[in-house]
Structures are given as structure tokens and as C-alpha cells.
Design a protein around this ligand. Structure first.
Ligand code: 5RP
Length: 236
């Protein structure tokens, strides 16, 4: 993890990561757009390229990203086939493997669909998101999107693997763009995230979880020292 910077420095780093990522997008590509404050910097940078004459077809991973993309002049299309490239932020990124935790913004299911549809998936972040291993971020939950139907039973089942906590916003349950709920699974065993991911995939009521394992091929990390590009090495 990098040293704690000021909020303004973090914004500037997210901007630099977003701008570098926009350079990866070739004219005519179909591109997946992530969600969150870092992904939004990428969307803005891509909008500048579109304003300068480049043309992209974009699939957005949230309503918020859709609105921003349209505002900056990007064409939004349905997710109906493979994407050339997708770019997204993350909440934690393992330095070597680029295994990531995503979903603190609540868009994890669409983000995962977009990431898995992409021939190349690139993470962008400031260096506060980097960690030697995911297990070294016990402060972070594994966000899990669950169906509202029977969610208390789903929470009971998930309690075997950690402390599932219903995410709330403004005193009410947080509802995703898909009309579902989020259970944030605290204190899960992240030493072998593949095992946890497989377990979570088998729990009835779970729509998707925020463990993005083996999906990102590279990461663009901005710090006070500049912009670093990391390539994933296989885990295990
Ligand atoms: C949203 C996400 C975001 O990518 C993640 O929360 C990072 O957001 P930010 O760039 O604002 O820190 O997974 O579901």
C-alpha cells in the first residue's frame, strides 16, 4: 500500500490512471466501462478522445456510469457479445497476481459480466489499493450481491464463512441496479480466495461476489512517483 496521500492527490492519481488507460483504447473498439470514482476518470478521458474524433462502442457496468458516459459523448450499447477491452477500478488489488476485491460501490455483478466478456481486462487504481495479498486487507469485506427473495436465509448460509452484513445507505437497505441486496462478508478467509469464491458460487441466493480472480491481465497503478503498469503472474 502506498503512503496515505491527500484527497486531492488521490483524485489526481485516479485521473492519471484513467488517462493512461484511455490510451489503450483503439479507435473502433468495443469497450467495457467500469464503475466507481477511478473508472469515472477513465470514462472522462475516453470522452475527450471521442470529442477529438475517435469512435468507440461502450458497455457500461452501472446506471451511474451510463449517465456519465452519455454526458461525455460516448455511445452506449448492450452487452451482447465479446468486448475488445474493459477497464475498471477495484477496492484491493494483489500486487503479483492482480486478484482483486471489487464491489464496495455496489456494481459488482455487472462489472463481473463486463470483465469476463472482455478479451483484455485492465484494473486502474491509485496505489492505496495495492496489497501484497488480499488476506492482508482484513478491513475489507467480500461484497456479495444476493436476491432479495429469501435474503435472510442466504445470510444465515453465508454466516458459515464470515460475518455477512446487510449493506445500508441512508438508513435503508442498499439496492443494486439489478434490484438486489448486498451482503458484505467480513472476516472471511481470504488466504485461498479461489476456495472462498467457489464456495460462495454454490450458495443459493448468491448472484455474484466481488472476488475477481484470474480476470485482470494487467493493472495501471498511479502513485506520487508516477504511473506503474503491472502484469499478472499466475497465482498458486
Ligand atoms: C464498484 C467497484 C469499484 O470499482 C470499486 O469500489 C473502486 O471504486 P473507486 O475507484 O471509487 O475507489 O467495484 O462496484
Amino acid at each position: 500500500m502506498g503512503r496515505p496521500g491527500s484527497a486531492a492527490e488521490r483524485v489526481e492519481q485516479k485521473q492519471r490512471a484513467g488517462m493512461r488507460a484511455a490510451e489503450l483504447v483503439a479507435d473502433g473498439m468495443t469497450v467495457g466501462l467500469g464503475s466507481g470514482s477511478t473508472a469515472e476518470q477513465f470514462v472522462r478521458a475516453l470522452g475527450q478522445r471521442a470529442a477529438a474524433g475517435a469512435r468507440f462502442r461502450c458497455v457500461a457496468s452501472s446506471g451511474r456510469t451510463t449517465a456519465l458516459a452519455r454526458e461525455v459523448g460516448l455511445e452506449i450499447v448492450e452487452l451482447d457479445g465479446p468486448l475488445d477491452l474493459a477497464i475498471d477500478g477495484a477496492d484491493a488489488i494483489e500486487r503479483d497476481t492482480l486478484r482483486a476485491i471489487k464491489g464496495l460501490g455496489g456494481a459488482l455483478t455487472r462489472e463481473k459480466l463486463v470483465a469476463l466478456a472482455a478479451r483484455t481486462f485492465v484494473l486502474i487504481a491509485d496505489d492505496s489499493k495495492l496489497t501484497p495479498t488480499l488476506a492482508e486487507r482484513p478491513d475489507l469485506p467480500a461484497p456479495i450481491e444476493v436476491l432479495t427473495f429469501g435474503w435472510q436465509l442466504t445470510r444465515q448460509r453465508l454466516a458459515a464463512f464470515g460475518e455477512p452484513t446487510l449493506r445500508e445507505r441512508d438508513g435503508a437497505p442498499f439496492v443494486t441496479d439489478n434490484g438486489n441486496l448486498i451482503l458484505d462478508l467480513y472476516h472471511a478467509d481470504l488466504a485461498q480466495p479461489e476456495l472462498l469464491a467457489e464456495t460462495l458460487n454454490g450458495v443459493p441466493g448468491v448472484v455474484a461476489h466481488g472476488l475477481f480472480l484470474g480476470i485482470a491481465s494487467s493493472a495501471i497503478i498511479a502513485s506520487e512517483d508516477g504511473v506503474l503498469e503491472l502484469t499478472a503472474t499466475p497465482s498458486g
